[in-house]
Ligand binder design. Structure first.
Ligand SMILES: Nc1ncnc2c1ncn2[C@@H]1O[C@H](COP(=O)(O)OP(=O)(O)OP(=O)(O)O)[C@@H](O)[C@H]1O
Ligand SMILES: [Mg+2]
Length: 340
């Protein structure tokens, strides 16, 4: 649905030039809630703004629904943009207009009849649960309510894609959760593909099915949320994941494991829908003869399913360890080496 192909973008000012994006390629499929995470200055906003041609790449192409965005001219570009809603960290509402009027703006700009504008704005007010705030000004709203108005406005023209630029960064944790739930509802009930950028891993954890990590303009890692959370490859990704699942072993435990002088394997096992209904650990011990010590365990919800991670030390003879390895494969338990 959205393809970034080898995108490069450099901003040149009088004093310096900054490479905001370097050879970035990504594919967002229809129905995804795709999260791009990175530190400040990583190039996230530059990337997301290319989807609706607010920013143009120096080289590479952005293809949305089969159309090369850079090639769209005035009339086509205006029509194309109707299909893409966008929400922002600081909401960008018109302060002198009421909630109702803010939501009606895109409809008015598109010369829709008054009856349609009223009906659609009321429908959206209901969808974002702000019916009682229709005639108040933005300054009378909380941050979460303002973002709901921003969301309703973004949905006014029934877009297929919603872009979210740090949509929850200005909100407290509880309000963040409620906005994230609303974004999930938009994805599920309205069948809208969502591309969101954030620097908060809990946002990715709660709503996204796919994630990409940007660092200094480069794509360092991407994949399904379960895969990336289960086995992050790059230090930056590991750091982000640690902010929500801190499975770092204490130094004392690591030093014990390093000094263990018999055959052992220290691994992280992943349990999900496919393997969660069997007593895997006790079966492994009975069937293979190994001992298993649990060093760390957590359970979380990712991609709408419950996923558990356990870091374990497996001990026994070399042969038993091999048998255990095959046992976990047979029972579809993904297993990742842990550095000690
Ligand atoms: N219009 C511009 N002119 C000059 N430099 C720019 C411009 N827009 C972005 N940059 C630079 O490009 C780099 C990437 O900026 P971008 O806004 O995409 O980062 P970001 O990941 O969204 O950061 P943040 O999390 O702080 O919003 C930064 O170094 C920024 O200073
Ligand atoms: Mg930004």
């Amino acid at each position: 649905m959205i393809e970034f192909n080898n995108i490069t973008k450099t901003f040149t000012t009088k004093k310096s030039s900054v490479c905001a994006l370097e050879n970035v390629s990504l594919k967002i499929e229809k129905g995804d809630i795709f999260g791009v995470i990175g530190f400040s200055g990583a190039g996230k906003s530059t990337l997301i703004r290319m989807v609706n041609a607010l920013e143009k790449p120096d080289s590479g192409t952005v293809v949305v629904n089969g159309k090369n965005v850079s090639e769209l001219q005035s009339h086509d570009l205006r029509n194309f943009r109707k299909n893409i809603g966008m929400i922002f960290q600081h909401f960008n509402l018109l302060e002198s207009k009421t909630v109702f009027q803010n939501i009606a703006v895109p409809l008015q700009l598109n010369h829709r009849p008054k009856t349609e504008i009223n009906a659609r704005a009321n429908e959206l007010l209901k969808f974002v649960e702000l019916e009682d705030k229709a005639f108040v000004l933005p300054k009378q709203l909380s941050g979460g309510q303002k973002q709901r108005v921003g969301i309703a406005r973004a949905l006014a023209l029934n877009p297929q894609i919603l872009l979210c630029d740090e949509a929850t960064s200005a909100l407290d944790p509880r309000t963040t959760d409620s906005i994230l739930q609303l974004l999930k509802k938009i994805n599920r009930e309205l069948d809208i593909t969502i591309l969101m950028i954030t620097h908060q891993m809990n946002v990715i954890q709660q709503v996204c099915n796919k994630v990409a990590v940007l660092e200094k303009g480069q794509l360092v890692e991407s994949g399904s949320v379960i895969d990336v959370f289960g086995n992050p490859q790059k230090e930056t990704t590991k750091g982000f994941i640690r902010t929500v699942i801190n499975d770092q072993l204490p130094e004392r435990v690591k030093s014990y494991l390093r000094s263990y002088d018999a055959p052992q394997k220290v691994v992280r096992l992943r349990f999900d829908g496919k393997n969660a209904d069997e007593p895997i650990m006790s079966l492994a011990i009975k069937e293979t003869g190994v001992n298993i010590s649990i060093l760390y365990g957590t359970v979380t919800e990712l991609e709408e399913s419950v996923v558990g991670f356990q870091t374990v030390q497996i001990t026994g003879t070399a042969e038993q360890l091999n048998t255990a390895e095959r046992f976990f494969e047979k029972h579809n338990v993904p297993k990742f080496e842990v550095e000690i």
